[in-house]
Design a protein around this ligand. Structure first.
Ligand SMILES: [Zn+2]
Ligand SMILES: [Zn+2]
Length: 238
């Protein structure tokens, strides 16, 4: 299956955009919607099915993963066409990758139960909140990870404080890099901060790559390129 903007999720052929919306039947759920896009062979996948498949893929992959490096695990998952370049599935992805690596590095959690809780919490955080609410969902997802691991609730003491603090640390690092939004950049940044925070406060050391290199910049029309720490190319000097 090929990934990338404009590839059909059913057959991989390019999508064609119409001038006017037309009623189409989703190839997966068979519900009918008005849409502007279908592939050359007429396949159409509705937004609900697209997100549903993406989140299911994240949870199934994490449940069976032995990864100790949550960035590498996320990067593998991001290669799949069911994960959009940008989208609210990243609010589940960040926390799920952290929970998985945490367990695989010795953290004592029930991974299946934790992932299912992550799905509940992460999917209830809306897309676009970074710009509209001033609080990026990748940072919130790191907070959800920490809350699940430490069983924080609104009534707990230390875990309540730390769960808010990890979100603040991730959000601060994301904010410092500046906009416009990039779900890849924000996810890498949130996970990196969460790994450092978790080692410091819980003594569980997850792995990080020596250097985080983004493979998705070409799909992001608003990529900061040389101004993003994960942009893989050194600027050329004439
Ligand atoms: Zn197709
Ligand atoms: Zn559908």
């Amino acid at each position: 299956m090929t990934r990338g903007e404009g590839a059909c999720l059913v057959c991989g052929k390019p999508l064609i955009y119409l001038k006017r919306a037309k009623e189409m039947e989703c190839s997966f759920c068979h519900k009918k919607y008005k849409s502007y896009a279908a592939c050359e062979d007429g396949h159409f996948v509705c937004d609900d099915c697209h997100e549903e498949k993406g989140i299911r893929l994240i949870l199934e992959t994490c449940a069976g993963s032995t990864a100790q490096n949550p960035i590498a695990l996320m990067q593998d998952l991001m290669e799949n066409p069911y994960l959009y370049m940008h989208g609210p599935e990243h609010h589940v992805l960040v926390g799920a990758a952290l929970l998985t690596a945490y367990r695989n590095c010795g953290g004592a959690i029930d991974l299946a139960a934790s992932l299912s809780e992550m799905r509940e919490r992460g999917s209830s955080y809306p897309g676009g909140a970074c710009g509209l609410w001033g609080c990026c969902g990748a940072a919130v997802s790191a907070g959800m990870f920490f809350s699940i691991v430490t069983q924080a609730t609104p009534l707990t003491g230390k875990s309540w404080g730390l769960s808010n603090q990890i979100t603040a640390q991730a959000l601060g690092a994301i904010a410092k890099l500046g906009g416009p939004r990039c779900c890849k950049r924000n996810s890498f940044t949130a996970v990196r901060e969460a790994v450092l925070f978790t080692e410091h406060h819980l003594g569980i050391r997850m792995e990080l790559p020596d250097q985080i290199q983004c493979g998705f910049w070409a799909e992001n029309q608003q990529c900061l390129k040389q101004h993003c720490p994960y942009y893989p190319y050194v600027p050329e000097h004439p």
